[in-house]
Design a protein. Structure first.
Length: 513
């Protein structure tokens, strides 16, 4: 009889917990993931507060309270995300830029009345806090409210975060995603580059980034706060949105979970005009979209013309996400749209090829629909994604600087005509979808687990927070060296004495003879 009672109690403990989901970063592709999580938690009866620049605004979610941070989008009026392009800039500039961006966002959000109201709440107002993984500042909330904290990344982790929570972090086996190398690295120059990138990120975080976030967090969360890096390390569970195709297959700590298929929904019915265009495209349709970050207003005119020329030469209908619905020189087979319901388009059987910038979410949407790709990677993780998809055989890559109409046309034709890309895409789709439960179910389950077990500190890895001298066993090697050296000295003295003794006897003997 005991067992069912205990089981019932376990279920009971998490009944309607108070959860604060605090996700400040102004990027819709990040927020899609967090929205799915807070929505699901609220549907399960938890009392959830979602602090975000992209509120869900669904009146049916009666257990969800939303705080609007859309003011944080203002930071992009003065910054250009193009700096996150590895070819264009030096590494320190990336660190400085990233820090500055996050600092500016925090400054904006902390001025908002609704945020101030939340921070006035007493300790223990929440049973669980969920934040975005990449920004150390918000880990301070666990000190403010004395509640366990879970972090979610809408993609993988940086090498710095891997290091902090005790995942294996070796620059040759697991290069930082920013380097854009497939692992393990074989080329010596790439090895050196990866080591260099890891070191710069590590040192910058250690000596500039963390101290700065620590100072900011103290002003809002209390001067008595522990050092912010220790609070990052104190995370109950960290989630990476990483599927088996993009995973770098790293040795990971028990409190780091790679989850995938978090926000992907069943395709919605298409608007009638798009449905007709797709149904009529009997010879096939090419879908062209460079995502939300690449803005066409910023693309040079001659590149736009090269793209339109290539698309016009294709024997297919082309559906193209563009800055406007009409454009000078638009070929007849090309349909331009400002907004396109991407998941539903990709689910249509007539789609032959998807030309994409290779963002993680677009790539995943292509994978679950088994659509082969032509990737034109611009920034961030896109170059690495392009390499992974190409090496897995479901894509071809064109570098943005080499876009020419004939190259683009020929590459699209190659991927459309050769069955092997589609077969590979289907193989990867089957791997992607074969999981015991979706990423969303997994996250929700672990959130309740952390509440049930009051922070679940038993999941922490002993390698989290180990210092470099311990990791490289310099203390052990030091003792071994001292013992060996002492042995050597002792041997030298003993053998020296014996030899002298023997010589002495010999001399004696010679004298006596
Ligand atoms: C709201 O929470 C209650 C329990 O507190 C739950 O029974 C109900 O299903 C939830 N409703 C919605 C729409 O989230
Ligand atoms: C670290 O996490 C545990 C479990 O959530 C919590 O009890 C503890 O107070 C946290 N430590 C700090 C310094 O916040």
């Amino acid at each position: 009889m005991k067992f069912p009672i205990v089981f019932f109690q376990l279920l009971n403990v998490v009944y309607s917990a108070k959860i604060l989901g605090y996700f400040n970063f102004p990027s819709i592709s990040h927020q899609f993931v967090f929205q799915a999580v807070v929505r699901e938690l609220s549907l399960r009866g938890h009392e959830v507060t979602y602090v975000s620049p992209n509120n869900i605004k669904d009146p049916k979610l009666i257990n969800l309270t939303e705080v609007d941070l859309s003011d944080t989008y203002k930071v992009f009026e003065t910054t250009d995300a193009g700096i996150f392009n590895r070819n264009a800039i030096n590494l320190i500039a990336v660190c400085v830029f990233g820090n500055k961006l996050i600092e500016d966002i925090i400054t904006i959000e902390m001025e908002l009345e609704q945020v101030k109201e939340i921070l006035m709440k007493p300790e223990n107002s929440y049973d669980l806090i969920i934040v975005e993984a990449m920004n150390p500042f918000h880990y301070g909330l666990q000190h403010k409210f004395k509640a366990p904290l879970i972090a979610i990344s809408s993609f993988g982790l940086t090498s710095v975060l891997h290091d902090i929570i005790g995942n294996q972090n070796h620059p040759i086996l697991y290069p930082d995603a920013f380097c854009g190398y497939l692992n393990p690295i074989k080329n010596i120059w790439e090895k050196i580059d990866s080591f260099y990138v890891n070191m710069v990120f590590y040192l910058y975080s250690k000596f500039v980034g963390m101290p700065k976030y620590d100072k900011m967090a103290r002003t809002y969360f209390g001067e008595d706060m522990p050092y912010v890096e220790d609070l990052v390390r104190n995370v109950s569970i960290m989630f990476g949105n990483v599927d088996p195709i993009f995973s770098d297959r790293r040795a990971i700590a028990p409190n780091y979970k790679e989850v995938w298929n978090i926000h992907l929904k069943a395709p919605q019915p298409l608007p009638a005009d798009l449905q007709r265009i797709l149904d009529d495209a009997k010879t096939g349709l090419v879908y062209f979209s460079l995502g939300t970050n690449v803005r066409f207003e910023h693309v040079e005119e001659n590149i736009k013309q090269e793209i339109l020329k290539a698309l016009g030469d294709l024997p297919y209908t082309v559906l193209c996400k563009w800055e406007s619905e009409d454009y000078p020189g638009k070929p007849n087979n090309v349909v331009l749209r400002k907004w396109i319901p991407q998941q539903s388009i990709l689910a249509h059987p007539n789609v032959k090829v998807f030309v994409t910038q290779g963002g993680l979410q677009s790539s995943e949407e292509a994978i679950i629909n088994g659509v082969p790709l032509v990737v034109i990677p611009f920034l961030g993780d896109q170059p690495l994604n392009a390499k992974i998809l190409t090496s897995r055989g479901m894509a071809e890559t064109i570098l943005p600087q080499s876009i020419k109409n004939d190259l683009l046309r020929d590459t699209i034709l190659k991927v459309a005509k050769n069955e092997k890309y589609r077969l590979k895409a289907h193989e990867l789709r089957d791997i992607f979808l074969d999981q015991p439960r979706t990423g969303l179910e997994e996250i929700v389950w672990w959130c309740e687990y952390v509440i049930r077990h009051k922070g679940a500190t038993h999941l922490r890895s002993p390698s989290a927070g180990v210092s470099l001298y311990e990791y490289f066993m310099l203390d052990v090697l030091g003792v071994i060296f001292i013992v060996l050296f002492a042995t050597y000295v002792a041997m030298k003295i003993i053998f020296g004495a014996i030899i002298r003794l023997l010589r002495g006897q010999k001399h004696e003997k010679q004298k006596n003879d």
